[in-house]
Write a protein that binds this ligand. Structure first.
Ligand SMILES: NC(=O)c1ccc[n+]([C@@H]2O[C@H](COP(=O)([O-])OP(=O)(O)OC[C@H]3O[C@@H](n4cnc5c(N)ncnc54)[C@H](O)[C@@H]3O)[C@@H](O)[C@H]2O)c1
Length: 256
């Protein structure tokens, strides 16, 4: 039996990058997954790839995480397809680049709405489903940028630190209420997905741009999606049953 046998997992931002990788790794260990994304075509392609080797294990759902109505629909469709929801992975997110003098209010608002407000809206709506499928786990994808500031990541720093604290507050509420629902945050460093491309371009592009990022990381390489996936797999499984309100840095040592 797999490490997440019979877990029913909703992953936001599941079309590509980290979310798609989590879906593949979780299914390989026995889970069913619902991949939701604003990019339905991408989510459908990833679900089809998973279903080729594990028929029926994945479903794709159109979902803008800033929309309450989309959340209601995504949760209902996911629960219907999988027979419940026992793991919620709040993964959808965007990165923005700007300092206190250059960042626009529109960019600031959009980052807060997609990266942090969505987790409040969605997790609140997901609580009845998670309570129905205990033991349950909420996994929020924050960033090392939620712990360490950069002058050019103003909006992203604030959003991801909000995700970090929200995870703890949710964890304490669930524990106090006697629910077997854990809540933790995951903090990756630069990891090889499309979200990092603009940062590589800013550093001059190609190998040179990548090396500018790599030089900051003690382990001297970018993260791979699977590096984060192994942490998510642990948090989705009952192996982490005594772990809540914790933060997991998958960062090659950068925050040391
Ligand atoms: N890759 C990294 O270096 C890195 C580092 C730290 C944290 N993160 C975080 O990991 C998460 C996943 O990022 P990724 O690297 O896979 O990036 P990515 O850009 O490859 O994937 C993000 C996914 O989120 C989806 N998305 C964007 N806005 C959405 C919305 N409003 N509603 C629904 N879906 C939406 C996109 O369509 C995309 O499929 C993000 O929260 C990101 O901030 C990534």
């Amino acid at each position: 039996m797999g490490r997440v046998h019979e877990k029913k997992v909703l992953i936001t931002g599941g079309a590509q990058g980290l979310g798609a990788c989590f879906g593949k790794m979780l299914v390989a260990e026995g889970a069913q997954v619902a991949l939701s994304d604003i990019n339905l075509e991408g989510a459908e392609a990833t679900a089809a790839e998973i279903n080729e080797s594990h028929p029926g294990a994945a479903v794709a759902i159109k979902h803008d995480v800033t929309s309450k109505a989309d959340w209601e629909n995504a949760l209902a469709v996911a629960a219907d397809h999988m027979g419940g929801i026992s793991v919620l992975i709040n993964n959808a997110g965007i990165g923005t680049w700007g300092n206190i003098e250059t960042e626009t209010y529109e960019n600031w608002r959009r980052t807060q709405e997609i990266d942090v407000d969505s987790i409040f809206i969605g997790t609140q709506l997901a609580m009845p489903y998670l309570k129905e499928s205990q033991p349950a786990s909420i996994i929020n994808i924050s960033s090392v940028a939620g712990m360490v500031a950069d002058s050019m990541m103003l909006s992203y720093n604030v959003a991801k630190s909000g995700v970090w604290m929200m995870s703890k507050s949710i964890a304490l509420h669930c524990a106090k209420s006697g629910y077997d629902i854990r809540s933790n945050s995951v903090h990756p460093v630069f990891t090889r997905t499309p979200i990092v491309d603009p940062l590589i371009q800013l550093g001059g592009g190609g190998e040179e741009g990548e090396q500018k990022l790599v030089r900051q990381i003690p382990l001297r390489r970018l993260g791979e999606p699977e590096d984060v996936g192994y942490c998510v797999l642990y948090l989705a499984s009952d192996e982490s049953r005594f772990v809540t309100a914790a933060e997991f840095k998958i960062d090659g040592g950068i925050t040391a």
